[in-house]
Every structure is written in C-alpha cells, then in structure tokens.
Design a protein around this ligand. Structure first.
Ligand SMILES: [Zn+2]
Length: 237
C-alpha cells in the first residue's frame, strides 16, 4: 500500500466504515470482511486490510516485512491506539491428523485434481477443459500417487506431464523444473513429414538428429521433410 492512496477522499470514505467509539474503546470495522478481518476496497481490484490502513493514516507507511497486530484482540478493530507493529511469525507446524497436509507433494496432488476437475479453477481450460484427466488409481488416493512420483526433489520441481496430450497417469508424470518442462514442451511440438505426424522428440529419435537442430531448422523455414533428417539421409531421400 502506498501513501498516495491515502488522499482526503479515501480517508473520509474509510472512516465512514469505522464505528469510532470512545478513545480507549475498540473501533470496529463495519465494512466488508475477509476471514474476520476488515477490508477496505479502493475499487474492484484494489483493497487493503482496514487495521493496516488505520495504522498508516495515523503513523505513515508500515515498515517493510512488519505486521500490524490488534493488541485488544478484536480483528476488526481500527482504533490506532490498539494497533502495534510486530514481526511476522509463521504459525507453528501442526501435523495433520491424516499425516500429510503440509507436504508439497500433497499440495501438488490437490492442485492436479483441481486443474482437471474443478471448472472454477483458473487453469481448468488448459487441463480438464481439454480432456486432461487423472488416472483413477491416483484420483482418490494421495498415497498411491505419492508412492509413484516420490518426494519432490527440490522446491524448483513441479509435476510435469511428459506427453502434453496425455493425462496424469503412470508413465506420463515426473517431477521437473520449469526449465526442463519448457524443453519438454518444445520437444513435444508436432511435426508432419513423410505423411506422418510425430513429436520433435520422436523425429529426433527416428533419424538421429537432435530435436534442437530440427527446431532450429524449422525456425529457419526448412521444409519439414528436410529438417527432420540428417544431411546424408537428406541427400538419399
Ligand atoms: Zn480494539
């Protein structure tokens, strides 16, 4: 939040939504809320937490990486006398009663199912919306999925489908970095030559030309039937 949004008009609109009581009493927010916190909407796309706005109106910009706590304990309180600056402390790690909620692998499993089966998911159109599914044995069993893919090798890895046109199924899923996934996407570009349509990777395997070479040749405008074969073969065909 920048201080330029705190013009007189905004400040006035802000206080209209606060029930300002006695000096030492709590000043509850009466506007919209999100998870019990007051939220002020500048417009449809921009908002700020009410207690943070109150602090900034009184004391100036909130120092970087600091949080504003309500010393009184009332989450909607906007009385600046009840607001104190604190450092963010991550919540204590509570092990899940089912044993895995906090695992990145569990998050990956949940996200995979969401992309494929929940139309309200932003990515649905690129997954479920175009027929990408999750193998039945994984769909309802996180443990089976985890047993197959194993632990995530690093935070840079995410679940990748090797063949982009096939679903999340054994044989088509692995952990891969963004870089590896981009390379894989390039490799799986389809090329038609000699009456067949194969991926770059498949052409590369067939004629022993690297998929990068084929891609570069195609970018230079080569005819696909020349691009996928090596020089000697090109002469022969
Ligand atoms: Zn209070």
């Amino acid at each position: 939040m920048t201080s330029d949004v705190h013009n007189a008009q905004t400040v006035e609109a802000f206080w209209k939504r606060v029930d300002r009581r006695g000096e030492d009493e709590c000043w509850p927010w009466t506007g919209r809320k999100w998870q019990q916190h007051g939220v002020y909407y500048f417009n449809k796309n921009s908002n700020a937490m009410a207690h943070r706005m109150s602090w900034e109106i009184h004391y100036g910009p909130i120092p970087k990486n600091k949080v504003i706590r309500r010393a009184c304990g009332l989450l909607t309180c906007c009385n600046p006398r009840h607001l104190v600056v604190g450092s963010y402390v991550p919540p204590p790690h509570r092990p899940c009663p089912r044993g895995h909620k906090h695992d990145p692998e569990y998050a990956a499993w949940k996200a995979m199912r969401r992309r494929c089966y929940r139309p309200s998911c932003a990515d649905f159109q690129n997954y479920g919306g175009r027929g990408i599914t999750v193998a039945a044995e994984w769909l309802n069993s996180y443990d089976t999925f985890l047993a197959y893919v194993g632990r995530r090798p690093s935070p840079k890895h995410s679940i990748d489908r090797i063949d982009n046109d096939r679903g999340y199924e054994p044989g088509n899923v692995r952990w891969a970095t963004a870089k590896e996934q981009a390379r894989n996407r390039r490799r799986s570009v389809k090329v038609s030559a000699f009456g067949e349509t194969l991926s770059l990777g498949e052409w590369a395997e067939r004629f022993g030309v690297s998929s990068d070479t084929i891609r570069q040749r195609l970018e230079r405008g080569w005819d696909p039937s020349r691009a996928v074969v090596n020089g000697a073969q090109a002469v022969a065909t």
